[in-house]
Design a protein around this ligand. Structure first.
Ligand code: GLU
Length: 304
């Protein structure tokens, strides 16, 4: 499909959609972002690129990076991973403590904070220099050396990381965290601070649209079955307690972050990234969800 015409329409539509909601304020550094930023970028598996607005400006991808730690940990651990974290939707906010106590320190899925902290614990065990090795892994996926952590954002989140400290302490008490909690938290805050543009993000995630191979670099990132499984977890768990709403409106596997970014995948076709910092009450980009709904409806291109 030629998306040029549709992108022209989306430029007009994006101006009509009022950006409701508010920029995340619990991480001081994120609160400084211009709320009116808006970028969108689509990359097809045959490397056609379509961009709009601020699609070449870096922003904090936050929880979207949880998909990439999952990909790496899944490669290293295979199905052993699932004894420490589940694959069920949580139906609770991203940083909720409630379920974790009932379920004895085993998080529902890898995309709520508790689950990502367990994945970080696994990587701290498996890697000698987790921060360096992980950022190298991320850069190699799309062959992009400019991808990096943002130290200010990581330190800013650390200074206000009370909920994450509570989550990891609770899991440690149930024996589901092996390493020192400060070391795991440090890795977690840094991974959430990674910055990318919408264009970089859509290129980074293209491997999940192409059965685990990044068509841009021709390198295999994960096996086809792992690619299938990561997509299915995104479909069911990528938007916290709004995963059903995203599926209902957009109909693609995806993952959001509190920086206002969303990545969505159409297996076999494309990946699409959007950034609009104002979040709805569930912590997902308000305008980002609306424009993706417009896109999959007009393009008649959801997985359903
Ligand atoms: N760094 C954020 C936190 O731990 C990630 C949450 C998100 O993007 O959903 O609170």
């Amino acid at each position: 499909m030629d998306y040029n015409q549709l992108f022209t329409e989306m430029g007009i539509e994006s101006q009509k959609i009022e950006a409701k909601g508010a920029v995340a304020s619990y991480i001081p550094e994120l609160h400084r972002v211009d709320p009116w930023k808006f970028g969108l970028h689509l990359t097809t598996i045959d490397n056609k690129n379509y961009g709009l607005g601020d699609c070449n400006e870096k922003f904090s991808i936050q929880s979207i990076a949880k998909v990439l730690i999952l990909a790496l940990a899944f490669e290293l651990e295979d199905d052993k991973l699932w004894s420490r974290v589940g694959v069920e939707p949580s139906g609770t906010p991203f940083n909720s403590l409630v379920q974790l106590e009932y379920e004895k320190g085993i998080p529902r899925n890898p995309f709520i904070n508790a689950g990502a902290l367990v994945i970080c614990d696994i990587l701290v065990t498996r890697l000698k220099d987790p921060k360096q090795e992980f950022i190298d892994y991320v850069r190699n996926i799309s062959g992009n050396r400019s991808i990096d952590y943002c130290q200010e954002t990581a330190e800013s989140e650390k200074s206000a990381g009370y909920k994450n400290t509570a989550l990891i302490s609770l899991m440690k008490s149930y024996g589901n965290i092996v390493n020192d909690i400060d070391v795991v938290l440090d890795f977690y805050f840094y991974l959430c601070s990674i910055e990318m543009t919408c264009k970089e993000l859509s290129q980074e995630f293209l491997f999940l649209a192409a059965n685990g191979i990044n068509p841009l670099t021709n390198s295999r990132i994960v096996s086809p079955i792992k690619s299938k499984r990561i997509n299915s977890i995104m479909q069911l768990c990528g938007f916290y307690d709004e995963a059903g709403e995203f599926s209902f409106r957009v109909g693609l596997p995806g993952k959001s972050g509190v920086g206002g970014g969303i990545i969505a995948i159409h297996p076999g076709k494309y990946s699409i990234a959007v950034w609009s910092p104002k979040l709805n009450k569930r912590g997902n980009s308000y305008k980002g969800m609306k424009i993706l709904e417009f896109f999959t409806t007009r393009a008649e291109s959801s997985i359903f």
